[in-house]
Design a protein around this ligand. Structure first.
Ligand SMILES: [Zn+2]
Length: 431
């Protein structure tokens, strides 16, 4: 079956790199706190798509060995290549030509260290303990699951099984992940978990730390559109210094408000929020890791950003433009629901990186993005009309993938306005 959002084949000498369809990824992550070393073994089940070629799957770790369909191949035959979107957007490509529509199994063994990607964090080794966080980001290529486990680009959905073992730790650890399917062995040193099969590489959250460093509160909140209440897990690492009860109260209010305003909750039976000492935040499917000040922005992403998901990394600007426009943040340059005329005489802005193998959200999405939404809200006759249009767009697409063209078509159809010139200038950077 063709995959509508997969990037087209990228020329590679006489051959080409192609996006595979991944069905399942299984990985064993083994942490040895005494040696301050970690290793992993991963198996990826995939099919090639509509094209013959060399499959591209990324992993930002040092390889020890590689097997394709039970045969050893050289680690050099799974090396990172620039497919035209720049070196930062490089991806590993299997140097084996595979026929279209065939099924394969890739197995890799690797050292687990600091991922080879801008802004990635090392594994935190402490005496007798381990601090580990997927620490994903939209801002730099290679900062999704592929930091730790071989993974496809964000258009692909797959089941992810993880088996995590800790050795050399002298106290129980706690693991928080945005899936109900976690088996924890008593003692806090071994977990086996499965994430839902509709997740993509930007969906799974994982935090692991010594149990005494993680304070957790559990409650439930009633939200519109659900017959059962939604579970709420709020946790903080000991460097967050947050008032957890106050954060829980705010989260309950935001979840209830967003579910009433935009409907339906597109995730599982629980929302997870983990507060940390960092000033930044990151959204996952029905979950976030966040500073206290970014919390409202991150909860909003469970609707716009992870409730409707970017079909390609280049569509990720939408998430930040809408979140920055709709929520209040100390760091935002614009007031919530900005409504202000935006002429066609301002410098062009590129929010959508044009190369099909691009893999990041430009930082301008946080500043020029809400400015654009505010300008279109002005054209449409006010913030309320923009919010109603966004609510309709969300309801029509909840749980699905969304695109930049799709949002433009919706806003145009909803309002009857030709927003094309604004989109061309302030999304695609055309003069
Ligand atoms: Zn955001």
């Amino acid at each position: 079956m063709p995959h509508a959002f997969a990037p087209p084949p990228a020329p590679l000498g006489a051959s080409r790199a192609v996006a595979p369809r991944v069905s399942e990824i299984r990985a064993q992550l083994h942490f040895d706190a005494e040696a301050a070393e970690a290793r992993a073994v991963a198996t990826v089940e995939f099919a090639t798509g509509d094209f013959d070629g060399k499959p591209a799957l990324d992993l930002r770790q040092e390889l020890l060995w590689v097997r394709l369909d039970s045969k050893n191949i050289s680690t050099d035959a799974f090396a990172p290549l620039d497919l035209g979107a720049g070196w930062e957007s490089r991806t590993r490509v299997l140097d084996v030509d595979l026929p279209a529509g065939s099924h394969h199994r890739l197995e890799v063994g690797y050292e687990l260290g600091t991922p080879d990607a801008e802004g990635a964090k090392p594994i935190g080794w402490t005496k007798g303990g381990v601090d580990f966080d997927f620490w994903m980001s939209d801002l730099h290529p290679g900062r999704y699951l592929e930091m730790w486990v071989p993974a496809p680009l964000v258009h692909d959905r797959f089941a992810l099984h993880l088996d995590i073992t800790l050795d050399g730790v002298d106290r129980p650890h706690k693991l928080l992940a945005n899936t109900a399917a976690v088996d924890a062995t008593p003692g806090g040193r071994h977990w086996s978990l499965v994430y839902p099969a509709h997740y993509t590489a930007l969906s799974p959250m994982l935090i692991m730390a010594p149990a005494e460093r993680l304070e957790t509160r559990r409650s439930a909140v009633r939200v519109a559109g659900r017959s059962r209440s939604l579970g709420l897990v709020v946790a903080q690492l000991d460097d967050a210094g947050a008032d957890l009860a106050a954060c829980e109260a705010d989260l309950r209010a935001w979840l209830s408000y967003l579910a009433s305003r935009y409907e339906p909750w597109a995730h599982g039976d629980t929302f997870w929020a983990v507060l940390w000492g960092s000033t930044r935040g990151m959204e996952y499917d029905g979950a976030t890791t966040s500073s206290v000040s970014a919390l409202e922005h991150e909860v909003f992403h469970s609707w716009f950003g992870r409730g409707v998901k970017p079909a390609r990394a280049s569509d990720g600007w939408i998430d930040e433009a809408l979140a920055a426009w709709s929520t209040s943040s100390r760091r935002s340059e614009h007031p919530r629901f900005l409504t202000e005329e935006l002429g066609l005489d301002q410098p062009p802005v590129e929010l959508y990186p044009p190369h099909p193998w691009s893999r990041h959200t430009p930082a301008a999405a946080y500043s020029d993005g809400p400015r654009l939404i505010g300008g279109i809200a002005h054209l449409m006759g006010g913030a309320d009309r923009m919010r109603a249009a966004l609510a309709d767009w969300y309801r029509a697409n909840a749980g699905k993938m969304v695109t930049t063209d799709g949002l433009a078509a919706h806003l145009k159809a909803w309002s009857g306005l030709d927003i094309g010139p604004w989109w061309a200038r302030y999304v695609h950077g055309r003069d």
